[in-house]
Design a protein around this ligand. Structure first.
Ligand code: BYC
Ligand code: FE
Ligand code: FE
Length: 483
């Protein structure tokens, strides 16, 4: 009897503490792995997560199940008590592999030995970005432009934390001892650390103020969307199901970025049209961010994010596809034979001092293809931003730089390429790049605008209020309580 009561007690405890749909209450091996890892996660969160938040009560969404109502559960939460959960979209028993060499065979419910190492590597790389972004955003709370924005920042932070949990679940559940070691290492690397940095380049950059943060959530969280979508096609069914659920959360992160920059543009255009200003110095003197500066941040964040797609031509990408580990964006809706062995794809590269297009086997160009899909969606976002100056009759538009501009990874790395796609010398680059990328002075100007606005319903001068509040609440709702 005592035993049964104990087991029941424990079962209740687990679903309460760690909301999940992976039957954690009956999985002793997973419980043991998490019992060690969860305290380490909490100390990581305390050390590198959002600063000075231990006493705040934040109006947050917590996923408590995968149903429509369950993943949008709102209420005040003390941040360290946030319940990071483990959720996979429900299993489709009949799911088959739908691309690569094993097309038509049943999706894998476990990791095939031959794919263990590449799958672990993909999961670790994905998992590493999530805590990295939390580290990058650690200090932003101190300069929030409103309570609404502060709440949204914390929502992103806890959800990126949950995305780390999602990858750690896969490592613990399917990769045994190596998986547990990788899960620990995910809490040990640090964004920007000289000795033990995060894996991918862009996740070691600074997010030093709110303009960088909105650009990051618009551009870089969208890399998250495209990478997760490619993994959602995976033959390894638990990876496909966990990334599918993560995608539901990603939409809000990108919304924060897109609407954040749109609200900045709104204030800039208001100041410019009221005063008939066009000179950036005059615009800046109004305490809003001028177009030249916004364009430089677009240039920086777009190019840094393109690097996250890896080399345009990649044998890794080819073998991930052929093996069924990682598909194309929207793979299931593409009308071809899903093997790509006969197909070609156009990629750009530098040859003889200019940029030329070359047809290469499509299998090797999958990183370039995913990057091109990403760029199409990014361009549509810029088009929406550009309706704002258009509405004000201001003839300035934000533009994407050429894909070769300011690249550190792939075929353009090592070349100096202008935003309009001309190959130039190193000397010319050094002379001209301060006009294309944010300088220390630009950062200093943006930082000079950052204050801390925490009266409900108030907004910093440089950003317009949003169109509506969170979860149908008014904009002046007290989204964060300071006790
Ligand atoms: N930085 O064939 P290559 C997100 C390495 S964002 C440093 O070119 P591959 C989020 C590569 O590891 C989504 N190193 O590339 C957003 C390899 O190393 P080795 C994150 C890089 O492997 C906001 C070598 O270069 N998810 O979720 O085809 C907030 C040659 O590799 C980089 C994923 O990325 C780089 N940028 O593709 C929070 C999905 N690029 O073998 C979260 C999982 C390449 O020489 N990752 N290298 O040692 C992948 O699918 C692939 O690893 C990549 C690279 C697409 C990243
Ligand atoms: Fe994420
Ligand atoms: Fe995200």
């Amino acid at each position: 009897m005592a035993n049964t009561a104990e087991v029941t007690q424990q079962a209740i405890d687990y679903t309460q503490r760690i909301p999940n749909n992976v039957d954690l209450a009956n999985d002793r091996a997973l419980q043991r792995a998490l019992e060690r890892w969860q305290p380490a996660f909490l100390s990581w969160w305390g050390e590198t997560g959002p600063e000075n938040t231990a006493n705040l009560e934040v109006y947050l969404r917590t996923a408590v199940s995968v149903d429509r109502d369950g993943w949008a559960n709102f209420g005040y939460v003390r941040m360290p008590e946030y319940r990071w959960g483990i959720f996979l979209t429900p299993r489709d028993e009949g799911r088959n592999i739908h691309f690569g060499d094993q097309r038509g065979q049943p999706a894998w419910q476990d990791v095939p030995g031959e794919y263990r190492s590449p799958l672990r590597r993909i999961i670790v790389t994905q998992g590493d970005t999530e805590p990295a972004s939390v580290e990058q955003q650690r200090l932003l709370g101190a300069t929030c432009p409103s309570l609404y924005d502060l709440r949204n920042l914390f929502q992103v932070n806890v959800e990126e934390g949950r995305h780390l949990w999602a990858m750690v679940y896969l490592l613990h559940r399917y990769f045994g001892r190596d998986g547990r070691e990788e899960a620990e290492a995910l809490l040990q690397r640090r964004s920007g650390d000289a000795n033990n940095p995060r894996i991918l380049t862009a996740f070691n950059e600074k997010t030093s103020h709110w303009l960088a943060y909105y650009m990051f959530t618009f551009f870089t969280d969208r890399d998250g969307k495209f990478q997760l979508a490619a993994l959602a096609e995976s033959a390894f069914d638990p990876l496909a199901r966990t990334t599918r659920f993560m995608l539901t959360e990603e939409a809000h992160h990108m919304f924060i970025g897109e609407s954040g920059v749109a609200r900045i543009l709104q204030r800039t255009c208001e100041a410019m049209s009221q005063n008939k200003f066009t000179d950036p110095a005059q615009v800046r003197a109004q305490g809003v961010i001028d177009f030249d500066t916004l364009q430089k941040f677009v240039n920086f964040h777009y190019s840094a994010t393109l690097d996250l797609f890896g080399s345009e031509i990649s044998s890794n990408a080819a073998s991930y596809y052929t093996g069924g580990l990682k598909g194309r964006f929207s793979e299931a809706n593409l009308k071809d034979n899903h093997s790509l062995t006969e197909d070609f794809y156009a990629v750009q590269e530098v040859a003889g001092g200019e940029i030329v297009a070359r047809q290469v086997p499509a299998l090797t160009a999958l990183n370039a293809r995913l990057r091109d899909d990403f760029t199409r969606e990014i361009q549509a976002g810029l088009d929406r931003w550009n309706r704002i100056p258009e509405k004000f009759g201001i003839p300035i538009r934000l533009k994407l730089p050429h894909a070769g501009f300011h690249r550190k990874i792939g075929s353009f790395a090592g070349h100096y390429i202008t935003p309009d796609g001309r190959v130039i010398s190193k000397e010319d680059w050094e002379r001209q790049s301060p006009a294309w990328l944010p300088t220390d002075q630009d950062h200093a100007f943006v930082n000079s605008l950052m204050g801390r606005v925490i009266e409900p319903g108030q907004f910093a001068n440089w950003i317009a209020p949003p169109a509506r509040g969170i979860n149908n609440l008014p904009i002046e709702f007290e989204y964060v309580r300071f006790n």
